[in-house]
Design a binder for this molecule. Structure first.
Ligand code: FAD
Ligand code: MLT
Ligand code: ZN
Length: 508
């Protein structure tokens, strides 16, 4: 094919994509004043926010709902409704289904792939007013809660009952359990408690026609045919709106410690992980990795207390390891033995280690790790890739991406400022972050499909935990076969034949 005809072919593909998008938006009706009047029949005025009459709010009042956490994706919704229970959600959805209005379900709006904000002017259904614990059984540890409960508030609720949530993440102060379920959030405790596909026991979901699917089971075991709830875990609001969650919580550990280990080179991370698993076995509860450059950003932007100069000198990367268990003396003895082995070895895997000595130090050390996301976004505009690749390749992925951007002449203060890596070693999940001065088409074109092809070359996943959202619909095929995507489309069609539920997300 000649250069000219190749360019024509590419242009044709581009305009096809554009017109597909245009026809998608033409399929839906916008919310109008009649819809607002209809919603007002069963929703209090305080739970409807709209730039349409009679409220005529300035659009800035809707910005917290239209703009995503990174300020990368921007919707143009005119209206946000904040129902208080599943019946109200159902009534809103019924109206949208009848009128062909597209819907975006929204939790705490902390998602990192643009899934929780509209693409155009879809109706936003925000779950924040559904924030009550429905029941808790201290014997089984099973908690049933409204989907809009904030993760941290659920942890606070459980504390006096000596239980903890089976997941924890840096966004805990804002993200909601319904959002966590809908993104199948991983986070910092997955190594110990596994994924939400295991700990979620039941869901209540409003389907795209308004039907309430009550699968809010509190049974640990239930083998009665297809396990429908699994479809909604990680569906990112494309199949229905989660309104209630039944989840197995864990007994609170009686003792917990953490230690930050400074490593001279990345290659030591894996042998360290193997050794930690061997010596700590059941008390190892987190094993998180972050490179030196992102550690420096965390400290620069005030996340946690800096380690001493001595402790960071010569460190290429760090590991934050947490132990938790049932008996302080036993756990401390095991951890101390591990540290002794590490320090006394002929070929030490670590330079130094800082062991927390108080609850305040424990929290401050976690604050460094949990604050990486915030630090990166304070430093600039982050292109975030949350990928699964073999553990041994974490550094190679970061270095190859940095070299690639360098070869394009983009490693400059006014373009790409940092290429950093951190992640959940125990889960094989690397967070590759490219921190730029601004989001630009040039940087995006240099990164994509480059990063996705790199991930595919390792047979990895383009999304280990944040999901597909709007960011990666075009990249789904790097990690899913055509047959899988075809069956995902069939499932979507079955649940949502009108395609009103979070259009333009997940599926290409
Ligand atoms: P939103 O952002 O509001 O929505 C996310 C998606 O779920 C959207 O597609 C939305 O339509 C859908 N959705 C939300 N609520 C519902 C519902 N009730 N029913 C149906 N669909 C719904 N993720 C991890 O996996 N691990 C981490 O360690 C982690 N750390 C983070 C740290 C920070 C600082 C930030 C900002 C984000 C982090 N995330 C992490 C991203 C993560 O996906 C979210 O924080 C969280 O799970 C999303 O919950 P949310 O309530 O904010 O959902
Ligand atoms: C994390 O592990 O910190 C989160 O997934 C958020 C991020 O990737 O920045
Ligand atoms: Zn993560």
């Amino acid at each position: 094919m000649s250069l000219a005809s190749r360019r024509v072919a590419r242009l044709a593909a581009f305009s096809l994509r554009r017109s597909a998008h245009a026809s998608t938006s033409a399929r839906y009706n916008s919310v109008n004043a009649d819809d607002i009047a209809h919603f007002s029949k069963f929703l209090p005025t305080s739970t409807i926010l709209s730039t349409l009459p009679p409220q005529s709010l300035p659009s800035s009042e809707l910005s917290p709902f239209n703009d995503d956490w990174m300020n990368k994706y921007h919707g143009q919704s005119t209206t946000v409704v904040r129902p208080r229970n599943a019946l109200e959600v159902s009534e809103v959805v019924k109206r949208c289904n009848e009128r062909g209005i597209a819907i975006v379900p929204q939790g705490g709006n902390t998602g990192l792939v643009g899934g929780g904000v509209p693409i155009k002017d879809e109706l936003l259904i925000n779950l924040g007013n559904m924030n009550k614990v429905r029941s808790f059984d201290p014997v089984s540890g099973i908690l049933v809660a409204d989907a809009g409960c904030v993760l941290e508030s659920l942890s606070e609720y459980l504390a006096p009952h000596n239980h903890i949530m089976p997941l924890d993440l840096g966004a805990k102060g804002s993200c909601q359990i319904g959002g966590n379920v809908s993104t199948n959030a991983g986070g910092l405790r997955l190594l110990r408690y596994g994924s939400l596909h295991g700990s979620v026991l039941g869901l209540e979901v409003v389907l795209p026609d308004g039907t309430i699917l009550d699968q809010l089971s509190t049974l640990r075991k239930d083998n009665t045919g297809y396990d429908l709830k699994q479809l909604f875990i990680g569906a990112e609001g494309t199949l229905g709106i989660v309104t209630g969650v039944s989840i197995l919580t864990a007994p609170a550990p009686q003792s917990a410690s953490n230690v930050i280990l400074a490593l001279p080179k990345f290659e030591n991370v894996l042998p360290l992980f193997v050794q930690a698993k061997r010596q700590l076995s059941e008390i190892l509860s987190a094993f998180e990795f972050f490179d030196r450059e992102v550690y420096d950003l965390a400290i620069k932007h005030g996340q946690g207390r800096a380690l001493s100069e001595e402790d960071v000198e010569g460190a290429e990367c760090f590991v934050l390891m947490e132990t938790s268990g049932g008996k302080r003396e036993h756990d401390e003895e095991k951890l101390n033995q591990l540290l002794e082995t590490l320090f006394e070895s002929d070929k030490p895997l670590i330079n130094t280690g800082v062991l927390s000595q108080s609850p305040a130090q424990f929290a401050s050390m976690w604050a460094i790790r949990e604050g990486l996301t915030e630090a990166v976004s304070k430093e600039g505009k982050a292109y975030k890739y949350d990928i699964s690749v073999p553990l041994a390749k974490f550094k190679e992925v970061v270095d190859t991406t940095r070299e690639h951007l360098g070869s394009k002449g983009l490693l400059r203060d006014d373009a790409v400022k940092h290429v950093v890596g951190y992640g959940h070693v125990g889960d094989g999940n690397l967070h590759l972050n490219v921190v730029a001065a601004a989001y630009t088409p040039e940087i995006e074109a240099a990164l994509e499909p480059f990063v996705y092809e790199l991930v595919a070359s390792y047979k990895g996943s383009v999304s280990a935990e944040h999901g597909i959202g709007v960011m990666k619909t075009h990249a789904l095929h790097y990690s899913k076969s055509n047959v899988s995507i075809e069956w995902m489309k069939r499932i979507k069609q079955l649940f949502d034949p009108k395609g009103i539920m979070n259009p333009g997300k997940v599926l290409p």
